[in-house]
Design a protein around this ligand. Structure first.
Ligand SMILES: Cc1cc2nc3c(=O)[nH]c(=O)nc-3n(C[C@H](O)[C@H](O)[C@H](O)COP(=O)(O)O)c2cc1C
Length: 248
């Protein structure tokens, strides 16, 4: 069984903090094709960069990776890990979108099983990986009151904590692309009843990714509010040669 992790630069869509516009299309196509190929995958996006892990039979992974490398929706595809594994690390996920790979036990386990490869990465690759292992939780700010607010998302939700349905993906795509008033979301009737929308927004808020577009502080300032946990992060810092104050 083969496993590849790569990082790539998403095409510039004008705002580093938003999810690239075409992501919901990539997600739908990839989920279908990965199922057919028997390939499993985790994909995340942060500050203009994708990270993806793909695992499966070598021929299928190689063929898929060749087509991903040539995909014009991203560029500078850089392989971080290209290795054989005994068994899959995420056998259930044909295509899983996650807010932060560093919070996903399966992804962490994949990295932890390859300490030598990771610690021997050249500096440019370490720098790319650091982008995804330097992520901290943010504070809640809405407490369920959405009326009259202009809402957006500054990152993807962690889809292990919320149902990964086409409706939710579409809502994420809209809210990361631009802000929408709560009333417009409800009136569009595309995302369910007000009660259903509130539940989804509550979940986004709990994850610290929902932004009140007019008053939100910069994401970096929000990220400084909580210390990152030790353990895995400490190990990653070590692997990646990060100092205590993580800077790219
Ligand atoms: C960041 C990124 C990740 C992608 N991940 C996958 C994937 O996991 N599976 C997949 O089938 N296509 C994925 N694609 C799309 C492929 O590059 C390609 O468009 C798709 O496999 C269809 O190829 P085909 O027309 O040769 O069948 C991804 C594209 C991008 C930009």
């Amino acid at each position: 069984m083969k496993c590849i992790i790569y990082v790539s630069k998403a095409l510039d869509d004008g705002n580093d903090k938003t999810i690239p516009k075409g992501l919901s299309t990539i997600f739908r196509q990839a989920r279908k094709k990965n199922k057919e190929l028997g390939v499993t995958s985790v994909l995340s996006y942060r500050q203009g960069y994708y990270i993806q892990a793909i695992e499966g039979e070598a021929n299928a992974v190689d063929a898929l990776f060749a087509s991903i490398i040539n995909d014009e929706r991203h560029q500078r595809v850089t392989t971080i890990l290209d290795t054989q594994t005994e068994q899959p690390f995420f056998p259930e996920w044909s295509m899983k979108l996650v807010e932060s790979v560093s919070r996903i036990a399966e992804f962490r386990s994949l990295i932890e099983h390859h300490p030598n490869e990771v610690s021997q990465l050249p500096d440019n690759k370490k720098k790319l990986l650091r982008l995804f292992f330097n992520h901290k939780a943010t504070e809640n700010e809405f407490l369920g009151s959405y009326q009259g607010r202009n809402l957006s998302l500054h990152a993807w939700p962690d889809f292990t904590l919320i149902k990964q349905s086409p409706t939710i993906i579409e809502l994420c795509a809209q809210l990361t692309n631009q802000s929408h008033s709560y009333e417009d979301l409800v009136n569009s009737r595309k995302f369910g009843t007000a009660g259903q929308i509130n539940k989804i927004l509550d979940n986004f808020d709990k994850q610290g990714i929902l932004v009140n577009a007019s008053t939100a502080p910069e994401p970096n300032k929000r990220e400084e509010q909580k210390p990152e946990s030790a353990g895995f992060y400490a190990k990653m810092r070590n692997f990646l040669g990060l100092s205590v104050k993580n800077e790219l």
